[in-house]
Design a protein around this ligand. Structure first.
Ligand code: SF4
Length: 682
């Protein structure tokens, strides 16, 4: 619905404040309390509300937004109970929802926005929004403002719609004025909206800017048949941060958690005969829910999960996109891992319905996650609108010490740069002589976790190792074309987030701790700490896997530790379950071909076939109770995501070493001789 020119609160509708004090939320939901901005300070509002809390995985098993809204905020658990009962948000009669900083961090799931919108929310107020969540709000026509805007609305003032457009680029402003992405796209097709043309002149550009400039679509071609394919690689064009541009999309993918919605939205908007552009460059994956049947708590949702799988198959048949469905209930792998192995090329602009799409930046592409609406729109048209983001550059020098991995480097960056928001909505560019010391798999850990940094994405400069790796994975591929399309930053390119030199030799094994979410300290990937300073932390589960840590080199890290332990006569600690899950079928085949499996089996490791699994609470390795402690090589530790327990993030080496000692322990070569003696003596 197109919003009015002046926004006012609707008489009889209410404002919900998401306060750090859960009792205040309970009273508002019960209709016993109505608050205003004059009653509270911003510091009393919840920060870092993550999309898993707004719509936990099981809520997303429904694909119709009206069904999803029934369980809005089902993941906000206090003292073991849901703070929001079923239909609580909808039945409260709210139209505004208010929180603190970084609303909507975590997964890119658009269901979080849908849960609010289909509960009646039309305005979201926060001190800041996570970038993907903010875009999802724009796509769905939910207005966003700050606490001062709310003060004025609650005083009875009308606030011009233009103020809700402030800070956005000219094209996004048009989307907001139109009431969302689909109404905007249709108005564009009808020729009712004229897009601004970027007029940026020659300037040195970052890698991200170069890639976007190369994908520019001429304004007059938007809406024309075949638009999105007409940008020429031969004409040098220029962009700068803040430019609003329409760009061609080279490819993308969705998975069974999101595809059903994409299919549903396209049918709703364009009818059952809808078409997509260039289906050969788009794909569907069956990876996220592949082992949900093995999790007791998920069994209640088997019917809904089957519906999602079936709708994805229907979408694939309808569109003829590439098919990475499971065969015999075995997934070909996690979408991001398979995409970097097989689909993403240097110089590409890739969009997919998952926040870790950023992992594709390891192949020197510009890749980021989008919501279902945005994806449906771009796969239909072949192009999308983007505000050119700012960039931050990490100049890596030296080499990591033995026993320290890219995951430790990333936990360092999360603590030192993401926590103070230096990476927020920026493209993280990795350059420098230290890149050469990192394998492609290790580089992929860096780009994978850009989303935990609340960055737009990450991209690694291409070198000889990039092309060697691509040639190894894609025999017969046109490497010369890839070399031509690869980008490096221009000398003198502007980095609004600065250029930061990181000496890899100074890195140490790190963890991110689970905080104390029940008392306002969220479990968060930015909770960095050195392993040797956290004291004694006993564990119940050690999990190695996910798109971050299920690659060949990660399996190599686990194997190195496990082999040493087995040689010292050890098996996995009796109090610990150690599970390792392959990132893709190719990774599993590599491990089998290289004789890694035997050591895992002798040590008592549980091996799991490729897929997402425990990382998203849908597979073996999830915690079962709030007191269970997990050390995990996955990328995020938001409360409740991988079970109700406490989850510490760590490197693959730390995870494997901890599995044998029974407590969080950094790996040191030769460490297990002492451990074996200690066990023998006890
Ligand atoms: S492994 Fe985890 S983070 Fe990666 S795509 Fe799957 S659910 Fe998302």
């Amino acid at each position: 619905m197109t919003p009015p020119e002046t926004i006012r609160l609707t008489p009889g509708k209410r404002v919900l404040f998401l306060t750090k004090d859960p009792a205040l939320i309970r009273r508002q939901l019960a209709g016993e309390l109505d608050l205003t901005m004059e009653d509270l300070g911003v510091e009393e509002l919840l920060d870092d509300i993550n999309t898993d809390a707004m719509t936990p995985a099981w809520v997303c098993f429904s694909y119709k937004p009206e069904d999803i809204a029934r369980d809005a905020y089902a993941g906000l658990i206090v003292d073991g109970e849901r703070l929001f009962g079923a239909n609580a948000l909808r039945d409260g009669g709210f139209e505004v929802i208010v929180s603190g900083y970084r609303k909507g961090v975590g997964s890119s799931r658009e269901t979080a926005t849908q849960a609010e919108k289909w509960s009646g929310i039309r305005i979201a107020i926060a001190a800041s929004f996570a970038p993907i969540h903010a875009r999802n709000n724009v796509s769905q026509g939910v207005l966003m403002g700050d606490h001062e805007v709310l003060r004025r609305l609650q005083r009875g003032e009308g606030v011009p719609l233009e103020e809700f457009c402030r800070g956005w680029d000219p094209i996004t402003r048009e989307v907001i004025r139109a009431g969302g992405l689909f109404p905007f796209a249709k108005a564009l097709e009808r020729g009712e909206i004229e897009l601004p043309q970027p007029d940026t002149g020659p300037r040195p550009m970052t890698m991200a800017e170069k890639l976007l400039a190369r994908h520019l679509v001429s304004g007059h071609l938007v809406g024309a048949p075949g638009a999105g394919r007409d940008a020429s690689d031969n004409v040098r064009r220029f962009v700068k941060p803040g430019d609003a541009v329409v760009v061609r999309v080279d490819g993308g993918y969705s998975h069974e958690f999101t595809t059903a919605q994409v299919h549903y939205f396209l049918e709703q908007e364009y009818g059952p005969g809808y078409t997509v552009q260039d289906p050969a460059r788009f794909a569907v994956f069956e990876d996220h829910l592949i082992y949900a049947d093995d999790v007791p708590k998920m069994r209640a949702f088997t019917g809904k999960i089957d519906t999602l799988r079936e709708l994805q198959r229907e979408f694939q048949r309808h569109t003829a996109t590439q098919d990475f469905s499971a065969e015999g209930r075995v997934s070909p792998g996690i979408c991001h891992e398979v995409a970097r192995e097989q689909l993403v090329e240097p110089g590409d602009f890739i969009q997919a319905t998952d926040s870790h799409t950023c992992m594709g930046g390891v192949n020197n592409s510009l890749s980021w996650g989008v919501g279902a609406t945005e994806y449906a729109n771009l796969i239909h048209s072949g192009f999308t609108q983007v505000e050119v983001p700012e960039s931050i550059r990490f100049e890596l020098v030296g080499a990591l010490p033995d026993g320290v991995t890219a995951k430790d480097l990333m936990l360092h960056i999360l603590l030192e740069y993401a926590r103070p928001q230096a990476t927020l909505d920026r493209v993280m560019e990795f350059t420098g002589s230290g890149i050469a010391s990192l394998s492609m798999d290790e580089r992929a850990t860096l780009t994978n976790m850009a989303t935990e940094c609340a960055a737009r994405t990450a991209i690694v400069v291409a070198d000889e190792e990039t092309f060697r790796w691509l040639a190894e994975w894609r025999p017969g591929a046109d490497l010369e074309r890839m070399r031509r399309r690869a980008v490096a930053p221009d000398p003198g390119a502007r980095y609004d987030g600065g250029i930061h030199r990181i000496d890899l030799a100074a890195m140490r094994p790190m963890v991110a701790h689970p905080g104390d979410p029940d008392h306002g300290v969220p479990s968060d990937p930015t909770n960095g700490a050195f392993v040797d300073e956290i004291g004694e932390v006993a564990i119940d589960i050690a999990y190695g896997g996910s798109c971050t840590a299920g690659k060949i080199d990660d399996l190599g890290f686990y194997h190195r530790v496990v082999s040493e332990a087995v040689e010292a006569g050890l098996t996995v600690h009796p109090q610990v379950r150690f599970l390792i899950q392959f990132g893709s079928r190719a990774v599993e085949e590599h491990c089998r071909a290289h004789g890694m499996i035997e050591a895992f089996e002798r040590a008592g490791v549980t091996l799991i076939q490729p897929g997402c699994g425990a990382c998203i609470g849908c597979g073996p390795g999830v915690s079962e109770g709030p007191d269970e402690v997990t050390v995990s090589a996955i990328n995020r530790n938001y409360k409740g995501r991988s079970g109700p327990g406490k989850l510490w993030l760590a490197s693959p080496l730390t995870v494997a070493a901890s599995a044998f000692t029974g407590r969080i322990t950094a790996y040191r070569p030769g460490m297990f001789e002492a451990e074996a003696r200690a066990r023998a003596a006890s």
